[in-house]
Design a protein around this ligand. Structure first.
Ligand code: AMP
Length: 563
């Protein structure tokens, strides 16, 4: 018998309402236990707020504008009412539920006889994801309308959350691992480790049911199933990295691009992104050079792709990102941005996992298998001066900094340890003024937690936004900030409160990008507040002219993309 989607929605509702971890695990484990094997992976993914498995190439490609438009169309409510409910709940799913419950529009009948099942919902998601190309927007809308039309308010709540990816439910992956362990009586450590290796807890849950402990204990790497990435912690400088790594370490250039995991078997190559999404189609030339160069018949390698100019100099990150946006028919004619791949690790070769092989041997194997593909520039040293010179060399060549890799280190999928350290000299922080703020989501709803940051135009005195951030402040600071901003509010519209420029904050960021979004034409990338500058008044804030100066300085090191 197929399990109705409603049972899943009701479970999510209960999980959200309870604070007891034990009870949550109990509920989830019972639910998983009652499912048919083929329902397990879709259910696990959906409870975690995802339409598909973590590394699925499928993408719903549905925007908030489309979904909210659809809800208004189905229910006939006006934008204003919708926005009000939305700002009260702070969550798109809950707002949808409330609106559907209160709307008097007669919805499709026979909800009861025709209950949506978990598998039907998954099939609809697949259909939506497969709808691409000319006229796909209308067809997608139609499919969403049909799906939402069949859903009860509580079902719609969770469907909408899944549509608008990124809305987190409280039940995260760690808890899901515990629930799977409990449901199928497998030691938690085994579930955690195999989930790390497989890269997706949904698939592990299915195996736990169908193959039990024996199956999970055997799980290893498989080509075309992405591996969770090893991550790095930050080090302030090369001295700290050398100290941390006991005096001698490998330094590599840190390239500011996109991390890729390349899987090869015979002539077939697939590439996965940092988030383990299949991006093979966006990167034909990377596939081509991998196919031509990688010696091993079967291998998993890692590298970083950067965008370059004619002279192979790195160009700003934003140009690279364009490659991953949806490929529209029109864009095929546009000149492709040249890419360059640098390999830095090898995790698997010809049936053998290399995660327990120390870094120097992996690097050796990488050299042997990379063909003509360049490896990341690397030195091994115990000397501060040599490391500092190497850092300068990396920065002068337009790269982001260095990675320090411990010599005896193994590859630990999914962990952010100290055996890899990143050293990134940052751009100088800016003192900026908050000119508007938006209410947050979830726990932060009711708090003004997303801030528009502006620099002063020295010529006109106007404050011009250069970025937006919700990062850096503690809860207590956000609450206090909310009070202060409300006191100086000038306008409050659609959850955005415009204020008189009064509060100065110190802001760190990684890069200044060209951006049409703001009047000044520039935007800070990865802005985060590092301090509230109560000691400063807006007239002390940094100027737009200074922002422009830093923006220009970046290009003294980086190449330029002629667009
Ligand atoms: P972060 O994203 O700031 O945590 O820095 C780690 C990221 O740096 C990795 O995920 C890679 O995408 C990137 N990276 C650039 N160069 C290297 C390198 N030589 N070794 C490892 N990662 C690198």
């Amino acid at each position: 018998m197929s399990t109705p989607f409603k049972v899943l929605a009701e479970l999510c509702e209960k999980l959200e309402a309870t604070k007891s971890r034990l009870l949550m695990l109990d509920l989830a484990a019972k639910f998983l236990n009652a499912l048919e094997a083929q329902e397990i992976e879709p259910a696990v993914s959906m409870i975690l707020g995802r339409p598909f498995q973590k590394w699925s190439p499928y993408n719903l490609g549905v925007s908030w504008a489309t979904v909210s438009g659809m809800i208004r169309r189905i229910t006939g409510v006006e934008w204003k009412t919708f926005a009000e409910v939305f700002s009260k709940t702070g969550d798109v799913g809950s707002a949808t539920k409330i609106i559907l419950e209160s709307s008097r529009v007669r919805r499709q009948t026979a909800l009861l006889e025709n209950a949506l099942t978990i598998l039907e919902v998954r099939r609809s998601f697949e259909e939506i994801a497969e709808t691409t190309g000319y006229g796909s927007r209308e067809r997608k809308e139609r499919l969403i309308e049909v799906l939402l039309g069949q859903a009860s308010p509580i079902e719609a709540k969770y469907l909408v959350r899944i549509f608008i990816a990124g809305v987190r439910t409280g039940f995260h992956e760690g808890l899901m691992e515990q629930a799977v362990a409990k449901a199928f009586q497998i030691p938690l450590k085994v579930v955690q480790e195999s989930s790390m290796t497989a890269g997706d807890i949904g698939e592990i849950a299915v195996m736990a049911r169908t193959e039990g402990l024996k199956g999970l204990s055997k799980i290893g790497f498989r080509v075309f199933r992405p591996v969770n990435l090893m991550l790095a912690q930050m080090a302030a400088n090369v001295t700290e990295a050398l100290r941390e790594h006991d005096g001698r370490t490998a330094f590599e250039y840190k390239y500011d691009g996109v991390r890729v995991q390349i899987h090869k078997l015979d002539d077939k190559v697939k590439v996965f992104s940092r988030r383990l999404v299949d991006v093979t189609e966006s990167l034909p030339e990377i596939i081509e050079i991998s196919r031509k160069n990688i010696m091993a018949k079967e291998a998993i390698l890692e590298g970083e792709i950067i965008a370059v100019d004619d002279l192979d100099h790195p160009i700003p990150f934003q140009h690279l990102m364009r490659r991953f946006k949806k490929i529209h028919a029109m864009e095929d004619n546009v000149q492709r941005i040249p890419l360059k791949l640098y390999l830095f690790d090898i995790l698997y070769v010809s049936g053998k996992s290399l995660v327990s092989v120390p870094y120097p041997q992996r690097r050796q194997l990488l050299t042997e298998n990379a063909g003509k593909i360049q490896l990341t520039s690397q030195i091994v040293t115990s000397e501060v001066e040599k490391a500092e010179d190497f850092l300068k060399e990396a920065m002068d060549a337009g790269h982001e900094g260095l990675m320090a890799k411990r010599l005896d280190s193994l590859y630990t999928p999914g962990t952010r340890g100290k055996v890899w350290l990143k050293i990134k000299p940052v751009l100088e922080p800016l003192d900026l003024v908050i000119v508007a703020a938006e209410y947050g989501y979830g726990r932060r709803h009711g708090w003004l937690s997303d801030y528009y940051l502006a620099a002063r135009d020295a010529d006109t005195g106007e404050f011009l936004p250069v970025g937006k951030t919700f990062k850096g402040l503690t809860d207590a600071e956000i609450i206090e900030m909310t009070e202060k901003l409300k006191e100086s509010a000038i306008e409050d519209e659609h959850g955005k409160v415009t204020v008189t420029p009064r509060i100065v904050v110190e802001v760190a960021y990684n890069e200044i990008q060209k951006s049409p979004k703001y009047k000044c034409g520039m935007a800070l990338r990865f802005a985060r507040i590092t301090r509230i500058r109560d000691d400063k008044v807006p007239e002390d804030a940094d100027t737009i002219q200074k922002v422009r100066e830093i923006y220009e300085q970046q290009f003294l090191r980086k190449g330029r993309y002629k667009s």
